[in-house]
Design a protein around this ligand. Structure first.
Ligand code: SF4
Length: 217
């Protein structure tokens, strides 16, 4: 598939986000600001969006600042974040980063990748998601769905998410970067899933004879 075709598909997916997708439910489960987006992204690591949404809605419809989060005891926070797994480690990370934001960043989430990566517990993927969602940073966040679908459609030919992130960020025009992750993740969770491709209900099936060109991976 050529890039122009892919961008058209992105437009279609973007206009038809499945409101039942876990990614959509997570996005609208809590009050979003750069701080709550960072905290929720940390909670989302190695767990399903459904689990993250449950915890995010409990925490971040009331808590909006690092100071407010630090009013919870470690035990209270561990109990709340437990559904996301690795709850002791995640609670500690949320506490440590909240403290660092207060001490070093005037209680704000920094807006540069280097500063985000300086926060203990924030890796490349988390930094990209925060830049993309909190600051419209023109950086594509690549997860398993983005990596899988872009390779399946032969837009890229990469071996892992890190490489996909590098290549996609080079070739995708800026105006498409902000919504790419959300569109592809929602689609990858509900229609073209890892285990099951629902081609009969796929909105983009007949575009560019998509199914004929793809190599399922
Ligand atoms: S037509 Fe089928 S394989 Fe192709 S994108 Fe749609 S669901 Fe996936």
């Amino acid at each position: 598939m050529i890039l122009e075709e892919f961008l058209q598909i992105l437009n279609i997916l973007n206009q038809n986000i499945d409101t039942d997708s876990p990614a959509y439910k997570l996005k609208y489960s809590y009050k979003r600001n750069p701080y709550t987006i960072l905290m929720t992204t940390l909670l989302s690591l190695r767990t399903k969006d459904e689990n993250t949404a449950k915890v995010a809605s409990k925490l971040f419809n009331t808590i909006q600042t690092p100071q407010q989060l630090l009013q919870l005891s470690q035990e209270e926070l561990e109990t709340i974040v437990r559904p996301t797994g690795m709850y002791r480690q995640k609670a500690q990370t949320l506490i440590d980063i909240s403290q660092t934001l207060i001490n070093k960043f005037n209680s704000k989430v920094p807006q540069t990748k280097d500063e985000l990566l300086s926060l203990k517990g924030v890796g490349e993927k988390t930094a990209n998601i925060v830049l993309n969602n909190a600051f419209s940073g023109g950086t594509i966040a690549v997860d398993t769905h983005v990596h899988r679908l872009c390779n399946m459609w032969n837009i890229i030919d990469t071996k892992d998410e890190k490489q996909s992130s590098k290549v996609l960020n080079e070739i995708i025009p800026t105006q498409y970067k902000e919504n790419l992750n959300f569109s592809l993740v929602s689609f990858g969770q509900t229609v073209c899933t890892i285990k099951n491709t629902k081609c009969d209900i796929c909105r983009i099936k007949n575009i560019y004879n998509l199914c004929e060109k793809i190599t399922l991976i």
